[in-house]
Design a protein around this ligand. Structure first.
Ligand code: TRP
Length: 446
């Protein structure tokens, strides 16, 4: 088998991992979940989930990945031979495939909206027009699927080039552009007259809106946003060099990802409130509400084009990380070439993608327990598989794995100082699994 690839530079590792974490989760999902779950109170639970549970689990995935240097299934087989632990890996690969199914569809929408913005289709319309524009587009049986195919082809072209020449290079170009666009948009939003109401909604908590379900949503979203719980970070860390400081990298990724979510909120909520729109629009928020917000600004088409390009770049760098997990598994498990493995993944994803896309049109009413196919995939992954995977990963690292292995990985064999190792293990042993379990049970009982 060919030699296993890897990332070449530290900055490349950071950009690629942040690229995986920062995505539709931060800019599309986080604002609408925050909007629907009451704003600041949701933000607070989300932040707690990120720092108390998410950050330790990021490090746990890093430890597994860099120690084992394999895809998620292979990694558990190596570190826990002759046990059932590799089922956590299978669960991860499955979750990856299911997430790709709907992620690729939403990523496709962003491309349509870039073109809508550029062709001035988003100008001079009423709120109802934007709503029906979004619904007409997403319920079209063909057009969104064409975009999904295009997005997956782009993702395939990057992934088949491998880690250094594909993922690392693409992330190093795309991420700085994304940060720059975000900064410009955020400053612009805050300067709008009337923006304070949005800032207040976002930062001033009203706990009466918080339900057990929204706590699970916040926790699940913390996992989703950090790309946690399905071995994505195991896979990326398997390509890290041995001198990479894992705790530091984990901290950087966690902080940058959180800052991007908060910035997305700062872009969206002040603008939504400044123009008297509703923040509870759900998944359509950035497609139905924002265009209406943009058109009322001077130079509107520049702002909307910039925003949808930003959304597309964010989506693409996350999409390739999911694509890579499943590709690496097929490539290493069945010794199929990288490009053929990536092609197989593309085909499987498109199959799921078609049903996801049709969930907004032809198959809208094909529901089970009042959720359609798209909603099922989202619920199964973000609210079930990721928290469950995260719980099992913390248990694995804290209870099964030899603590010396964990310490050696985190400290690069003693070369860097690790503070609070005991606390870290304590959190992974008790705090993280119990919190996840408690949130899980409470919401299932409901
Ligand atoms: N974190 C990305 C986002 O916020 C999505 C993503 C990429 C992801 N890789 C993942 C989510 C792995 C869960 C698991 O949009």
């Amino acid at each position: 088998m060919e030699k296993r690839g890897g990332f070449a530079t530290k900055i490349g590792i950071l950009m690629a991992t942040v690229g995986s974490a920062v995505g539709l989760g931060n800019i599309w999902r986080f604002p609408y979940e925050t909007g629907r779950n009451g704003g600041a109170a949701f933000l607070l639970v989300y932040l707690l989930s990120i720092f108390i549970i998410g950050f330790p689990v990021v490090m746990a995935e890093f430890v597994i990945g860099r120690k084992a240097k394999a895809n998620p299934v292979g990694a558990f087989k190596k570190l826990a031979p002759n046990t059932k632990w590799h089922w956590v890996g299978y669960m991860g690969v499955l979750a990856g495939l299911l997430i790709l199914g709907y992620y690729s569809v939403v990523a496709g929408w962003t491309m349509e909206y870039i073109f809508k913005a550029l062709s001035l289709e988003l100008e001079n319309k009423s709120a109802a027009d934007y709503k029906s524009m979004f619904e007409t587009f997403t319920s079209n049986p063909i057009l969104p699927i064409i975009w999904t195919v295009l997005v997956m082809i782009i993702s395939h072209l990057i992934v088949k080039k491998g880690i250094k020449g594909g993922i690392e290079k693409a992330s190093k170009i795309m991420m700085p552009i994304l940060f720059l666009l975000m900064l410009i948009l955020a400053v612009h939003s805050i300067l709008l007259p009337g923006s304070m109401k949005g800032i207040e909604f976002f930062f001033n908590p009203d706990f009466s809106k918080l339900t057990a379900e929204s706590v699970l949503t916040a926790l699940g979203h913390a996992f989703f946003s950090l790309s946690l719980g399905m071995g994505c970070l195991i896979t990326y860390a398997s390509y890290f060099k041995s001198d990479i400081d894992l705790p530091k990298t984990a901290a950087q990724v966690t902080i940058i990802d959180t800052l991007v979510s908060v910035t997305a909120g700062v872009i969206i909520f002040p603008a939504v409130f400044a123009f008297n729109m509703q923040p509870e629009a759900g998944p359509g928020l950035v497609y139905m509400v924002l265009p209406n917000v943009f058109q009322q600004m001077s130079g509107s088409f520049i702002w909307s084009t910039m925003f949808y390009i930003l959304l597309f770049l964010a989506a693409l760098t996350s999409l390739i990380s999911l694509h890579e997990v499943v590709t690496a598994y097929i490539h290493e498990r069945y010794s199929i070439s990288r490009s053929n493995s990536s092609r197989i993944v593309t085909a499987l994803v498109l199959f799921l993608g078609v049903f996801c896309s049709l969930s907004f049109g032809l198959m809208k009413n094909a529901t089970l327990f009042s959720m359609n196919f798209f909603e099922w995939l989202e619920y199964l992954t973000a609210s079930v598989l990721l928290p469950l995977g995260g719980m099992l990963i913390s248990i694995f690292v804290a209870w099964y794995l030899d603590k010396k292995i964990v310490f050696d990985e985190l400290s690069n064999d003693g070369k860097i100082k690790v503070k609070g190792f005991k606390i870290y293990i304590f959190i992974l042993r008790y705090v993280a699994p119990l919190c996840i379990f408690a949130v899980f049970v409470t919401s299932l009982v409901k």
